[in-house]
Design a binder for this molecule. Structure first.
Ligand code: AMP
Ligand code: GLY
Length: 432
């Protein structure tokens, strides 16, 4: 099969890496890809949200299956467009993608179908929102309705902080139209876990559990980021908790969507808070998580393409359970200095080969590009440069989580670029 992966991050490198191992994959493309992906796929210079350009490419190149990484293209309806053109694509259609693209849609669906989630209220006026905050008090959480590149949520400790968030979202319009409506919800307390499933809207296959590390600094301090590391499995997600998440969050949501006439096919990612009153849904994503995917896929033994094809065809029940490597996997993100604020690009990365020579270590690239330094003579010399905030996802497998942590940090030690920062405590929660 000729397969196209859409996206350019660490998640997409992990997807491409796993897909490349499938016996069904003859030729792999990635749009636009990155320096690491370039080593295993043909990278095409088309942006991940250029639906028309991607459709044109898939038609011309006779792509047999397209796998979508980021949410933007899904929210724009890429699945509807490809399906209309008779092309196979893995991911939910535009209506289903609303589960991530509109938090109002998502919370209303949860309320209607009795999915446990924080108590909330929807506002389209800043004054009413602020009045509610004053009456309801802090802490509370302010959320922009639409997509805001992962920055649309403010967990406010004080009433003032919450009101300031309302002002910047609704009056200063920092997220444009994405905050025409906002949600104010109660603050939940507990540990977070990511539960990802693949579904064809009838059958559901759970992926291994994972935990993300959203804050920039150790011990969950500092600013929120796209994710500084992950591990799988998450021991906090016991079989009992997983069953509760599946019954009360995943199945109720998928069945609720079906009752609304929405057929959900693809990955469904539930961000859950494990509270003392049981698991509560924080949010849904309609795609694989980043960096959870980097920690989950190295443990997956089943052929991912077979599973994706079955989900797209509505035949997921024909696939038995997914097979997993019992070992633990840890992914440590190496980020550029200054991230998640301003950061420099174009720094030379060294030590990648040495890191990857360690058994059971793989380095997924997120923000890198390959530069040719010497094109003359017989040997082409190339080097990797940083090109984004999250640069690499160094990933290692180990018999225990402790072993996986040690191995991964051993590999991280080999890698250097100017300004490199990473968390030293990825996986620590799983050990204690
Ligand atoms: P979301 O995009 O809705 O997942 O929000 C991003 C992050 O904000 C989550 O991963 C949580 O850390 C935090 N968060 C969201 N909603 C709540 C809530 N109701 N209570 C506490 N923290 C929350
Ligand atoms: N790891 C968080 C996300 O993918 O949204």
């Amino acid at each position: 099969m000729r397969i196209l992966v859409i996206g350019s991050g660490g998640r997409e490198h992990a997807l491409a890496w796993k897909i490349k191992q499938s016996k069904l994959c003859d030729k792999l493309f990635c749009a636009p890809g990155n320096g690491g992906i370039e080593q295993i796929a043909e990278c095409i210079d088309i942006k991940a949200d250029d639906v028309a350009g991607l459709l044109d490419f898939a038609r011309k190149e006779k792509i047999d299956l397209t796998v979508v990484g980021p949410e933007k293209a899904l929210a724009l309806g890429i699945v509807d467009e490809f399906t209309k053109a008779g092309l196979k694509i893995f991911g939910p259609n535009k209506k289903a993608a609303n589960l991530e693209a509109s938090k109002v849609f998502s919370k209303e669906l949860m309320a209607k179908y009795n999915v446990p989630t924080a108590k909330f209220k929807i506002f389209d006026s800043p004054d009413a929102a602020k009045k509610y905050i004053e009456e309801n008090g802090a802490p509370c959480v302010v959320k922009a309705d639409g997509l805001a590149a992962g920055k649309g949520v403010v967990v406010a400790k004080t009433v003032d902080e919450a009101k300031t968030a309302v002002t910047s979202m609704m009056q200063d319009k920092i997220f444009g139209d994405a905050a025409k409506k906002i949600i104010i919800e109660d603050c939940l307390i507990g540990q977070e876990a990511s539960i990802l499933v693949i579904t064809d809207s009838k059958a559901v296959l759970a992926l291994a559990s994972a935990q993300d590390h959203k804050r920039i600094f150790d011990d969950d301090r500092g600013a929120n980021t796209g994710g500084m590391g992950a591990y799988s499995p998450a021991p906090i997600v016991t079989d009992l908790i997983l069953k509760e998440v599946m019954d009360k969050i995943i199945f109720r949501t998928i069945d609720g969507l079906a009752k609304e006439g929405i057929d959900y096919r693809g990955v469904l990612y539930a961000g859950v808070m494990l509270t003392k009153d049981g698991p509560q849904a924080l949010e849904f994503n309609v795609r694989f998580g980043d960096p959870e995917t980097q920690a989950i896929l190295p443990r997956l033994k089943s052929d991912l393409i077979e599973v994706m094809l079955a989900a797209g065809a509505g035949k997921l029940s024909k696939i038995g359970a997914l097979e997993w490597d019992s070992r633990a996997c840890v992914c440590v993100v190496c980020a550029a200095g200054g991230y998640p604020g301003n950061y420099a690009k174009g720094k030379v990365i060294s030590g990648l080969e040495e890191a990857e020579s360690i058994k059971d270590v793989v380095v997924f690239h997120a923000g890198t590009e390959l530069r040719t330094i010497n094109d003359v003579g017989q040997r082409q010399e190339r080097e990797y440069l940083t090109s984004g905030g999250r640069v690499l996802g160094v990933t290692g497998l180990g018999a225990t989580i402790k072993e996986a942590i040690n191995k991964t940090y051993q590999a991280v030690d080999k890698i250097k670029f100017e300004g490199m920062q990473y968390r030293k405590d990825i996986g620590k929660k799983a050990v204690s």
